[in-house]
Design a protein around this ligand. Structure first.
Ligand SMILES: [Zn+2]
Length: 363
């Protein structure tokens, strides 16, 4: 699987490309911007630009080097991402362990290039920094530039815990080896030590346009979203492809839960109570309200279907057979009330039992 397309950031790309082609590209960059807008993707794009055999203002994407970068297989491209802290106590063993873990993450990204945010405890532990130092001290395998990407750089552990590693990293950033480029990325530069921040030239990215998010989702989402669902997703993403992709899973689960609830409602009281009791009383409120939103959307779509209008997503057949438009809209009103109540401090289990009763009466 090739890397996902880099969307947007045309101004930053233009400036970086001009700098690279005129030999004025700083050796240490700090790319910052909101989550999910493609900061590390931009770093990979820059790597490809520098390594591309054509040396134009965009990577050609076709030459051997471009294809190797695309497959995360270029020997002089080192992408460091936060990983679980290595278990080995011996420093050399810990470095090996970090290298192994990073290799596994990269292998996964080759087959599944879309990834979420790092796990809560993942970091650039000491071993990762030592590995970075070690790799930076070697010569280029391909003879050209060497690129080091440090994603989520605010997770650099040596920032706080080890003066020695922090100093080594600072020295590396202060006097980067000839022909090397370091790209650090972060959501918030203020979370980096000032001494690290001051050694890097900032590249600030902004949220993407809705058009860019839409184009990305159209290109990459499988199966594709119906037009209205796509627009919903684009609006909710607020310019972040990461948010748009994460929303997908949550939204899918919410619709599944809504469908189960409707099946329980249509299946009679026993099933309904069973379903309500399965609702965790202290579930994340967002999850619960997402289910209610999906329920409202499904009822609205069913009403459309009953009226012979095209629907944006498949509607449970039982719902179409049971309801006429007016009962479906009454049911929709009940869900809207429950949605209001869900903002307050109401136990979701009780709310769901009551809503289920009401829906069973109406439908
Ligand atoms: Zn190329």
């Amino acid at each position: 699987m090739p890397l996902p397309l880099l969307m947007g950031h045309r101004e930053a790309r233009g400036r970086l490309a001009e700098a690279a082609r005129s030999g004025r590209l700083p050796q240490v960059l700090l790319v910052s911007g909101p989550p999910g807008v493609g900061k590390q993707r931009l770093a990979l794009w820059l790597a490809q630009l520098l390594l591309c055999e054509r040396q134009e203002l965009e990577p050609c994407g076709k030459c051997r080097h471009c294809r190797l970068v695309d497959g995360l297989a270029f020997a002089d491209l080192h992408w460091f991402v936060p990983i679980p802290r290595p278990k080995a106590a011996d420093p050399d063993k810990a470095i090996e362990e970090a290298a192994q873990t990073l290799a596994e993450v990269m292998e996964e990204r080759r087959t599944k290039p879309l990834y979420g945010p790092p796990e809560g405890m993942a970091s650039h532990a000491m071993a990762s920094v030592r590995l970075l130092q070690r790799r930076a001290s070697l010569t280029a395998v391909e003879g050209g530039p060497r690129i080091f990407i440090l994603g989520d750089a605010e997770r650099l552990v040596p920032q706080e815990s080890s003066q020695e590693a922090a100093n080594a990293l600072l020295k590396l950033l202060e006097e980067p080896p000839a022909g090397s480029l370091f790209v650090l990325t972060t959501v918030d530069p203020r979370r980096l030590l000032p001494t690290i921040r001051s050694r890097a030239v900032p590249v600030r990215l902004h949220r993407l346009s809705d058009a860019d998010v839409r184009a990305f989702l159209q290109e990459r989402l499988e199966p594709p979203l119906a037009p209205a669902a796509l627009e919903q997703r684009v609006a909710a993403a607020a310019g972040s492809i990461g948010a748009a992709l994460a929303a997908g899973e949550e939204v899918g689960q919410a619709y599944e839960a809504a469908e189960q609830l409707l099946a329980a409602v249509l299946g009679g009281r026993a099933g309904l109570y069973e379903r309500a009791l399965r609702q965790p009383p202290y579930a994340a409120r967002g999850e619960f309200t997402a289910m209610l939103d999906a329920l409202a959307d499904t009822l609205g779509e069913a009403a459309r279907g009953v009226l012979g209008q095209p629907t944006r997503r498949p509607v449970p057949r039982a719902l179409l057979e049971r309801g006429d438009a007016s009962t479906l809209l009454q049911a929709l009103a009940r869900v809207a009330e429950a949605r209001e109540a869900a903002y307050g401090n109401v136990n979701p289990q009780i709310l769901l039992a009551v809503l289920g009763e009401e829906l069973a009466e109406v439908l």
